[in-house]
Design a protein around this ligand. Structure first.
Ligand SMILES: [Zn+2]
Ligand SMILES: [Zn+2]
Length: 106
């Protein structure tokens, strides 16, 4: 029988025991439901487990190493789109749609 997150309602993929410590929620959902000390999920809170803070830390570390976090994310998005476009092409998407998509994602 499937189990569902008590916060977001999505299915819990792992064994239920793995979610006991998080009140039957995803780890991310649990943090934003009970631990996040900010009204805004985009604003990091003081918890050392805060995913929003972790993203900020990782971005700052990349910038300190001379990398551009936005470029890394955009490259990953393009790679993901080109993979799904190739999968769609092999599934017979119309050439009209392929031309349109290749203009957007070149
Ligand atoms: Zn959830
Ligand atoms: Zn937080």
């Amino acid at each position: 029988m499937a189990n569902f997150c008590k916060s977001c309602g999505s299915e819990l993929k792992g064994p239920l025991e793995a979610y006991e410590a998080f009140e039957g929620m995803h780890w991310l959902c649990f943090h934003y439901a009970f631990e996040h000390y900010s009204d805004d999920p985009d604003v990091p809170c003081q918890s050392r487990h805060c995913p929003t803070w972790h993203i900020e830390i990782l971005k700052e570390a990349l910038i300190a190493r001379g990398e551009d976090p936005d470029k890394i994310i955009n490259d990953a998005i393009e790679l993901s789109w080109s993979k799904s476009l190739k999968a769609k092409q092999s599934n017979g998407v119309s050439s009209f749609l392929q031309k349109g998509l290749s203009k957007v994602f070149k």
